[in-house]
Design a protein around this ligand. Structure first.
Ligand SMILES: [Zn+2]
Length: 133
């Protein structure tokens, strides 16, 4: 796989392309997405277990920033802008649905969800690499 590809869990995608499609302004503003869009979200092509498909670009961005998968995490935007790509605006919650899209059961108990928080410390190295306006 080419160098600009990044893999986290079952997913791999062109990380350089992902960041190229984001219009980064300052840390507090919403960041625009210049790639594909669906009715409710931004989309980008990626591979899951080697199979090409479109996926939500904010989920790829989460994987890019935190180097961890988000299968059991719901990502919304605190700014209410569904097309915002600023990771500082991501609101992360455990997904309350018991089954994933592929039909497998989640391991996190629905009644005792772990609450992943946006880890600001983890943002630093990525900020240094990609945040440059
Ligand atoms: Zn925003």
């Amino acid at each position: 796989m080419k160098e600009e590809y990044k893999t986290v869990g079952a997913w791999s995608w062109n990380d350089e392309l992902l960041w190229k499609k984001i219009v980064k302004t300052d840390d507090n503003s919403c960041w625009a997405w210049t790639g594909s869009v669906g009715p409710f979200t931004n989309l980008m092509g990626a591979r899951k277990n080697g199979v090409a498909q479109m996926t939500q670009s904010r989920r790829l961005l989460y994987r890019s920033v935190f180097n961890e998968d988000c299968e059991d995490i719901q990502i919304r935007q605190t700014c209410k802008n569904r097309y915002c790509m600023n990771p500082s605006h991501f609101d992360i919650k455990p997904n309350q649905r018991r089954f994933r899209m592929d039909g497998t059961e989640r391991t996190t108990p629905v009644d005792q969800p772990e609450k992943p928080k946006l880890k600001q410390a983890k943002l630093k190295p990525v900020q240094e690499k990609w945040w440059l306006v």
